[in-house]
Ligand binder design. Sequence first.
Ligand code: HEM
Ligand SMILES: *[C@@H]1O[C@H](CO)[C@@H](O)[C@H](O)[C@H]1NC(C)=O
Ligand SMILES: *[C@@H]1O[C@H](CO)[C@@H](O)[C@H](O)[C@H]1NC(C)=O
Ligand SMILES: *[C@@H]1O[C@H](CO)[C@@H](O)[C@H](O)[C@H]1NC(C)=O
Length: 344
Amino acid sequence: MASGRRGSSWTSVVAMTMVVVVASSVPGARGQLRMGFYAQSCPGVERMVGDFVRQHVRRVPTVAAALLRLHFHDCFVRGCDASVLLNSTAGSVAEKDAPPNLTLRGFDFVDRVKTLVEEACPGVVSCADVLALAARDAVAAIGGPSWRVPTGRRDGTVSSMQEALDEIPKPTMSFKELTDMFASKGLGVRDLVWLSGAHTIGIAHCSSFADRLYGYPGAGAGNDTTDPSLDAAYAVNLRRRKCRAPNGGYAEDAIVEMDPGSHLSFDLGYYRALLKHRCLLRSDAALLSDAAARADVESVVAGPEEVFFQLFARSMATLGAVQVKTGAEGEVRRNCAVVNSPSN
Ligand code: HEM
Ligand SMILES: *[C@@H]1O[C@H](CO)[C@@H](O)[C@H](O)[C@H]1NC(C)=O
Ligand SMILES: *[C@@H]1O[C@H](CO)[C@@H](O)[C@H](O)[C@H]1NC(C)=O
Ligand SMILES: *[C@@H]1O[C@H](CO)[C@@H](O)[C@H](O)[C@H]1NC(C)=O
């Protein structure tokens, strides 16, 4: 990746985009994924997924955030192999049931898309590809960018709660911890900066950022001290209104829009809020703790929005190729929640 190059004007961001475009056309960068992998084996499958997703996202736009996050979590554990979709079994607790899970949504939706695809082409299209395509189409359907999704991912047969705990970034992480974690997946600093832009859509539960509101740092319940990297007035609003339980206490299950006022539209709202210290997660605020990352955020906020779209799309394409299984590896799961044969 071109993450070694740093710039502070959006023209340099544009220049960087072009560098990345060139770099990512290096053969082998995408394993054996290729565009239109199912053109012969299941013609029309991409259109089928796209039509279904667009139809539903129009009615239930929050599905887009759910699918995007599912795809991210999938790719960070054992590569993009749909391991996130597997149910726990008698012998193993799955990623789904790891605490970061609590808040993953969209499993039913992916299952519905997969059922449709199975009716047309039984046993041909992997769950990992269905998820990658559906996430892309859902983001495009709410007016966000689109990106190329080469296909041919194979599904894994293992899903481990412990691996999810170890490999999914935590909202309490520092910039260094986040960049290290991204680097371990072959993603650069700038992938972290642009992919965090996904938080322009969707919601978070108060439990995901409560540590910033109450007794920061670790002063105990009832303590009013808040994270100084969070805008003070916004913190008060979160504590007194958004995360307040009817009895006056703290409601860990209450939900708050990640990008207040525009959580259904894919736009620059997240980065604007970030610069005003109004992002919910400590991992969001962490982007400002690094001078170069902060400069990137400032450049992209200056617009046009299309620049962010291109950068996000490029990083999504990279994310979607992380440690993919191809060829004879893995399998094509028939039901995304269970492996084909328990002996696998
Ligand atoms: C950089 C490290 C990241 C951390 C620590 C992180 C953490 C989180 C947390 C804690 C939530 C709130 C969950 C809840 O309370 O319901 C969330 C939501 C979300 N995240 Fe991230 N995230 C990160 C990166 C990403 C990336 C790379 C993507 C996608 C490309 C992404 C997409 C989303 C989306 C779309 C939501 C909203 C989900 C919904 O509405 O249900 N996140 N993230
Ligand atoms: C997977 O788990 C979900 C939630 O517990 C359940 O509704 C679903 O039926 C399970 N799927 C299979 C194929 O066992
Ligand atoms: C998430 O995992 C916890 C165990 O860590 C489990 O108790 C809980 O039921 C899971 N939540 C969902 C929605 O699967
Ligand atoms: C709240 O936390 C701060 C910082 O740790 C500490 O100085 C203060 O004494 C605590 N206040 C109460 C009421 O516990």
